[in-house]
Write a protein that binds this ligand. Structure first.
Ligand SMILES: NC(=O)c1ccc[n+]([C@@H]2O[C@H](COP(=O)([O-])OP(=O)(O)OC[C@H]3O[C@@H](n4cnc5c(N)ncnc54)[C@H](OP(=O)(O)O)[C@@H]3O)[C@@H](O)[C@H]2O)c1
Length: 296
């Protein structure tokens, strides 16, 4: 297959490039500020805010599948894992996240490519705590609103597309969430890990494998691809610390509810329906963080 990874230079995008290339696909990947380093792809500059550029690039490469991981804003701080230095909403770039999603959908449809669009649990408020694939988004942050708008555009333009919502993406040290744990433990970053802010973290390898599986399936519409365990950001921090040989006692913690920060508290993606159609198992954080890191 010919696969285009939009946002291939990002954390998830790089893993998608690695796995798609390892599976023998012809891979092109895009970057905005600097090319990615993963081998096996043709690296192409692209800003999804530029509709014509998106149409031209997809037309020129002629992909069978487009996976759109591009998103504006900082996903790690958007999660409010720590209070210090982070805003309630995280950075959010409406045009990239919402309008850019529409541009990629229009270009994919125009050139007959199947689209897998990556979305987020940030589309939910947390009021219901557990969210299945058919729940209607009720975002409470600008980032969540932009992701929800992106989803709506993709659904309207490309009804056969997969919209894959995920949660905190963790790896073998490279994610913003893991770097934050190191920064907090060393005192280099000020803030705390919240004991009442709960998500379902996923390992980047599981997520990339699930997305590629969905790309070659006939699934359409919203899919949930998060990890099996609901953990607080503090528990997640402790798991990362233990795996990396850091004393979890060094991690500052507290209740987000006491900080007055706006945003969802407890959001758990129910992935049951999606998981039933996947051979890739979406492991929980307690499982994948109990294992030693694999260097890539
Ligand atoms: N990380 C998480 O915990 C998390 C949780 C839930 C959902 N998600 C979703 O998962 C996806 C991937 O997340 P990630 O952590 O891998 O993100 P990331 O590391 O920040 O990568 C984002 C990618 O998008 C590119 N990008 C940003 N603005 C762009 C623009 N205007 N035009 C084209 N490309 C642009 C970035 O390029 P530059 O770096 O050059 O700007 C980068 O390649 C996103 O859709 C995000 O919303 C992430």
């Amino acid at each position: 297959m010919r696969i285009l990874i939009v946002g291939g230079s990002g954390f998830l995008g790089s893993e998608l490039v690695r796995q798609a290339a390892a599976e023998g696909h012809a891979v092109a990947a895009t970057w905005r500020t600097r090319p990615g380093t993963a081998a096996g792809a043709d690296w192409l500059p692209l800003d999804v805010r530029d509709r014509t550029a998106v149409l031209d690039l997809i037309g020129a490469f002629g992909p069978d599948v487009v996976v759109n991981t591009a998103s504006g804003g900082n996903m790690a701080s958007g999660g409010n894992m720590a209070s210090g230095g982070n805003t309630a909403s995280g950075g959010s770039d409406w045009v990239t996240t919402a309008v850019g999603a529409a541009h990629v959908a229009v270009a994919s449809a125009a050139h007959g490519a199947r689209l897998v669009h990556v979305s987020s649990d940030a589309v939910f408020s947390g009021e219901a705590v557990t969210y299945a694939e058919d729940r209607v988004p009720d975002p409470v942050t600008p980032y969540g609103a932009a992701k929800a708008a992106g989803e709506a555009a993709v659904q309207a333009i490309t009804p056969t597309a997969v919209i894959a919502r995920t949660s905190l993406i963790i790896g073998d040290g490279g994610s913003g969430h893991e770097r934050l744990v190191h920064g907090l433990a060393s005192g280099g970053v000020k803030g705390m890990l919240f004991t009442d802010d709960v998500r379902c973290p996923v390992h980047v390898r599981d997520l990339a494998a699930a997305l590629l599986e969905l790309a070659s399936s006939d699934r359409a519409g919203v899919q949930h691809a998060a990890g099996a365990d609901a953990v607080s950001r503090y528990e997640l921090g402790c798991l990362v610390a233990r795996r990396n040989g850091i004393d979890p006692a060094r991690l500052p913690y507290g209740r987000r509810a006491d900080t007055g920060l706006r945003g969802p508290l407890d959001v758990r993606l129910d992935c049951g329906l999606t998981q039933r159609h996947l051979t890739t198992r979406l492991r929980g954080a307690r499982e994948f963080l109990a294992q030693p890191r694999i260097s890539t």
